[in-house]
Every structure is written in C-alpha cells, then in structure tokens.
Write a protein that binds this ligand. Structure first.
Ligand code: C2O
Ligand code: CU
Length: 497
C-alpha cells in the first residue's frame, strides 16, 4: 500500500537515519525478547526501614479478571478485581514494602513509574531483577523521596496495555493543600479482550506494519489506516493502534465515573495517562484549569483551556467548580474511531452531557506541557554539564521496528554516566511520529529548567535534557508508547562501576 501517511511515517532524515535503517535492518530480535541481557539476580535482599521511617505495606495481586466496560465484558489482567488497580499512597520519606503476587499465566514485574527509588526495586527484568514467575511473589522495598503523582505498571512485554496499572500518590508533608477535594483521573486506551490481546496486536504490527485493530473492528486496514489520521496539532501522526474504547478510571463514557463536589469548591485533579499508544487532549467543559505540577514537580501555575498528556505523563490541575454537570473529556489525539474518554463532574442536578460531547475548551488554548515554566523549588542547581551523550530516536512503521542510537534495545550501546556528574542528553526525534521519552530513577530538566521524567517529543523535535547522576544503578530510557518500546525503542543508562 502506498498510503501517503505510511510513506511519511517511514521517513528517516539525515545520514544518521539512513545508517540507522541499515543497523536496524540487521537486527533479528524478536518481540518479547528485545535483546534483554540475560543477567540473573536471585531473591532480593530484604532491607529494613530506617529508624523513624513510616512503613507502608501492601500486596498487589496480578491476576486474570473479567471487567465490565459499559455492558461489554472483557477478559484481561489486572491488579486485583478492577482496573485501575488499588491506589498506593504514602508521604515523601516513607518506606514502602509492596509485594507482587503473580497469579498471571505469564512472567511479570512492577515498575514504579517516576519514582526516584533504589535501583534494585525498579522492576526491569534482566536489568534490575529476575522476571517474577507465575505463582511466585516478589517484594519491592524502597523509600519514596519525592512528593507527586505517579503510577505503576509491569515492565514486561506489552502488559501495560492490559488492565495492569494503578495510581500512586506521594504526599508532600509540607504542602498547604488549599483545596477541598482531590480526584485521581487515570486515562487509558483499551483493546484487550475485544477479540484480540496486546500481544496479538504487537505481532500484527510487526508482521504487517501500520495500524492494528481490535478483532471486532474489521482487522487491519492499511488503505484507510483503520481510522487513523494526521491530527491537526503539534504531534503529527497519531498512534499505531485503533482502540475500540477510551477510559477514565476504567469506565467508558457511556457509563462514566461521576466525580461529585459542591459548587464553588476547589478541586485538585491528578491526571495520569496510563494509555499505551494514545496522547490525549484533556478539558473540563465550562472551566479553565490551573496546571500546578507535572510528573510530580511544581510548575509556575498556568491557566489553560486544555492540555495535552502523553503516555506516562502526569499533570496536576486545580479548578474551582461551577454549578451544574460538566464533562471531563480526554480526546484521543489524531484518532477518529473509538470515541473519547470522559468522566462526569457534578456539583448539581441537571442533564448529563452525552458520551460524544465536545467541550469548546478543546479548541481553545491547549497547553503543550514542555512549555510550562518550572517553580523555583523544582529547578536543578545551576551547573554546566560534565558530560554529554546523544540519544537519537529512530525507526519506521514498515517494517515495524524502533530503536535508539542506531539499533534496537539489546543491540544498542548503553549510555554511561559517572556518579556525581551532571549529564546532558541531546535527545533528537528523527522520526515522523511523536514519542514520549521516559527516564527511570531520575527526573531531568529541560532547557527551561522544567523538571520531568516523561516528555513528548514531536516529529523532528530535539531537547537537551540535563540530569544529576545521583542514583547509581542500571536504568532504562525509552519511548512510553509500549509498542515502540517493545519493538526496540529503549536504551540503558548505566553508571560507571
Ligand atoms: Cu512507565 Cu519504563 O516505564
Ligand atoms: Cu515511540
């Protein structure tokens, strides 16, 4: 098929891009085993909390479940009986002992996304731990140093695109609060159990390139891109997968979550994008929102009509509620089928907006998160970089193969850093798709000083991102489109030993 879109998606620019194509073409790694080094770790050594540290304990059971999506039964995997799974909440400085009980028919792990934790608890099989076998348990022990909005998910294959995700909130002991209520809003794109599974979707993407659909939506359709389109807006191409549902807190807009408060109350929203392949535009009908934090870090408060949120990103927003019933909409960027995600915000009676409502705020001033300015308290101390490395995002839809620095994960050279260094990463997106670039175990600063652990990189966009190497270990940097990651768009960042 010579879809103009596909050929656009295949474009790789510059000499590096051409070299990368050759390097990528030489790879033979298969899905689910993207060259992960075969290190073994054994049972983690238990560590006790320090004297005076509060201990938070919880068991998370990963298991097969059947969920009801507005009357449609889907079988999937989740932490407990529902998706999202149970909230893990603690205060900065607490010690967490979280036991993963694997009742799945597959190996799994848990990664605590965005938390600056000890390397051994980071949940990356082959890099920080052994995969947790079916029927086995694994104990994660770590201190949570920084307040903020986080989430957790497996770091195995494309398991994130099942129901295996849950919010994590670390409270700030010194925060004033100043709001009447707090709502956690978890966004997702859903395909599991709708006639296919994420593993089958990935297989199909690799076999055919292009767009994967749920089994009951007519399957592959390269000619029309199965409902994909170039979105108007900053992100170019939409994702790779056609989803039949988009969810807020596990519910479709036909059976929405209802968030209730009183008119005039001030609410803090903690919005998490747990989707695998979908950037959303988020708006609350009838309101403007004040963005206060992203990825846990405070920003200079910024009032917006709407904002984009990439996979793995988090935004906290404060809003003073009006009187009535309002749609909280997350509109999938560049996707024209599957509708949208929506919750209902209610401070009074009255008719609820319909599942396909378009709040005018969606076409108002839409914030690109990387343009936020950091709060003073969130800035890294001024310092020139001690070392610089390049990070080039590369790949193509056809063949469906993604990589960093010339090769797929496992075939590419790990980046290295020495403890104590300020490392500058010159990240360049050499593809015609947007990629949410995510770093484990640290947060980085954009040139503005804005602190993030996940940043949307538009086609051909580059960022010089700085981090302080203050957390020794072997870490991942990868695209948080889980299909790209699993098709190779990951690289390790290792501390010199
Ligand atoms: Cu949420 Cu390595 O990712
Ligand atoms: Cu990507």
């Amino acid at each position: 098929m010579t879809s103009p879109l596909l050929s656009r998606r295949n474009v790789l620019l510059g000499g590096l891009g051409v070299a990368a194509t050759a390097a990528l073409a030489a790879c033979t790694s298969s899905p689910g085993s993207t060259g992960t080094p075969s290190r073994t770790f054994g049972t983690p050594t238990p560590i006790p909390p320090s004297p005076g540290q509060k201990l938070i304990e919880k068991t998370l059971t990963a298991k097969p479940v059947t969920l009801d999506l507005g009357g449609r039964q889907v079988s999937t995997w989740a932490y407990g009986d529902v998706a999202p799974g149970p909230l893990v909440r603690a205060t900065a400085g607490d010690f967490l002992r979280l036991t993963l009980d694997n009742q799945l028919p597959a190996d799994t792990t848990i990664h605590w996304h965005g938390i600056r934790l000890r390397n051994a608890a980071d949940g990356v099989p082959g890099l920080t731990q052994d995969p947790v076998k079916p029927g086995a348990q694994y104990v994660y022990e770590f201190t949570v140093p920084d307040p903020g909005t986080y989430f957790f998910h497996p770091h195995v294959g494309v398991q994130l695109d099942r129901g295996l995700y849950a919010p994590m909130v670390i409270d700030d002991p010194n925060e004033q609060g100043g709001y009447d209520a707090e709502w956690i809003v978890v966004l997702d794109d859903w395909i599991d159990g709708t006639g296919t599974t994420p593993d089958a979707v990935l297989k199909k993407l690799i076999a055919d390139g292009g767009t994967a659909s749920s089994g009951d939506m007519g399957g592959m359709d390269h000619g029309s891109m199965g409902g994909m389109s170039m979105g108007a807006g900053p992100w170019g191409d939409a994702g790779d997968v056609t989803y039949p549902f988009f969810l807020v807190n596990g519910r479709p807009p036909t059976d929405p979550e209802v968030l209730t408060a009183k008119p005039g109350q001030k609410v803090r929203l903690r919005i998490i994008n747990a989707a695998s392949d979908t950037i959303f535009t988020v708006a609350l009908g009838g309101h403007r929102m004040t963005i206060t934090h992203t990825d846990g870090h405070a920003v200079q408060p910024s009032e917006v009509d709407a904002f984009y949120i990439g996979m793995g990103e988090r935004y906290d927003a404060v809003v003073t509620l009006k009187d009535g019933a309002f749609p909280l909409v997350a509109r999938p960027f560049g996707k024209t089928s599957g509708g949208q995600a929506m919750a209902l915000v209610r401070t009074a009676g009255g008719a609820a907006p319909g599942a396909d409502v378009t709040p005018p705020e969606l076409s108002g001033q839409v914030l690109i998160g990387s343009q936020l300015q950091p709060a003073e308290s969130a800035k890294l101390p001024a310092k020139a970089p001690d070392a610089t490395v390049d990070l080039n995002l590369q790949g193509s839809m056809k063949p469906y193969r993604w990589g960093i620095n010339g090769a797929q994960f496992g075939k590419n050279e790990p980046l290295t850093v020495t403890a104590g260094q300020r490392l500058r990463i010159n990240a360049v997106n050499m593809t015609m798709m947007t990629h949410p670039l995510h770093l484990h175990g640290h947060t980085f600063a954009l040139p503005s000083g804005l602190r993030k652990d996940t940043v949307l990189m538009a086609p051909m966009q580059s960022f010089a991102i700085d981090l302080d190497a203050d957390n020794a270990g072997d870490w991942m940097i990868h695209c948080h489109n889980i299909y790209h990651a699993e098709a190779g768009m990951m690289i390790a960042l290792e501390y010199a030993k």
